[in-house]
Design a protein around this ligand. Structure first.
Ligand code: NDP
Length: 286
């Protein structure tokens, strides 16, 4: 039997509708959630991502600003903009698009963002809050994965979750979220021995590696839930993307699986919008 396919577009649409309703209700009470997106340089992929974020926020009724800075921007100039946005009462969420051009220090910029406005959830205070089980802003992609699991009634409690990838933006926060929901969590990375064998023990397998279709059906326990975070270009095709999981093979074994595109990807922007509303509420007490 082939795996059920998790429809990330549909769940992302639901999240966006919820956000639009919340924004409308807040506006009636005099609060318009505001998002500032900062793009430094002219990386083509970043231009598309930031334009989508700015547009989606506007479509959902928020105040939305895109700051475009040249690649020659200095650390001080970028810091000055972030400080200004921290003080701006119309802005509740600040996102600095990565990667920054060479010579600029992303960690230093993230540390400058007011943790209450850190809608990416990358500030050390929010990272700490996540691991301590305290309320805070949670990174959008792993938050989106949790939302997908909930939408498909996958309860992580007592399950063995294996995450391949230990980045600060996906793998580690994913582990914290699954642990908080009572999964037994294993984090794998490039030095993990017997990767396939470890993955085969997973009830929930999350691939966040950045290697085209490296997770084949041999890595998957029959009936497992497979979440593919990877976004990889396909050599020889200009616009085609595929995940870290070999979808066709994996779907023969898994119980549920996310496609790429159309799985985790659409959730990331939707959760950014939800985070901006959450940030606006936290800052105003509404
Ligand atoms: P990183 O490159 O920061 O991290 C990749 C991780 O995979 C590292 O921990 C690395 O291990 C591990 N890894 C690399 N090769 C192997 C291997 N052969 N075996 C086991 N582990 C390995 O990537 P990100 O976390 O930023 O992103 C991962 C993927 O998710 C990318 O394809 C990215 O494009 C995508 N992505 C998608 C998003 C979405 O919205 N859907 C959002 C963010 C990312 P080590 O630490 O040892 O180097």
């Amino acid at each position: 039997m082939r795996a059920g396919v998790i429809d990330g577009k549909q769940v992302a649409d639901q999240v966006r509708e919820e956000v639009a309703r919340e924004v409308a209700a807040l506006k009636e009470r005099g609060l318009t959630p505001g998002l500032a997106v900062v793009l430094v340089g002219d990386d083509p992929a970043s231009q598309v991502y930031t334009a989508n974020k700015e547009r989606t926020a506007r479509e959902l009724g928020m105040h939305s600003v895109l700051h475009r800075l040249p690649a020659t921007t200095s650390q001080d100039e970028l810091a000055e903009l972030v400080t200004k946005l921290n003080r701006d009462p119309a802005i509740h969420g600040i996102l600095v698009q990565s990667p920054l051009p060479e010579g600029l220090d992303m960690d230093a910029v993230v540390r400058l963002i007011d943790p209450l406005k850190d809608v990416d959830g990358f500030h050390p205070e929010n990272v700490g809050r996540l691991w301590l089980g305290q309320e805070g802003l949670v990174p959008c992609t792993p938050a989106g994965v949790m939302r997908l699991l909930d939408a498909y009634d996958v309860d992580p409690r007592g399950k063995h979750a294996v995450i391949v990838g230990r980045s600060n933006i996906v793998g580690k926060p994913m582990a914290a979220l699954l642990l908080a929901r009572h999964a037994t969590v294993t984090i794998c990375h490039s030095r993990t021995r017997d990767l396939a064998e470890t993955c085969r023990r997973a009830d929930i397998l999350v691939a966040a590696v950045g290697r085209l279709q490296m997770i084949t059906k041999e890595y998957i326990k029959p009936g497992a839930v497979v979440i593919d975070v990877g976004i990889n270009p396909v050599p020889g095709y200009k616009r085609r993307i595929r995940g870290d999981v070999d979808f066709d093979g994996a779907a023969e074994v898994a119980g549920l699986i996310t496609p790429v595109p159309g799985g985790v990807g659409p959730m990331t922007i939707a959760m950014l919008m939800a985070n901006t509303v959450k940030a606006a509420r936290m800052q105003t007490g509404m």
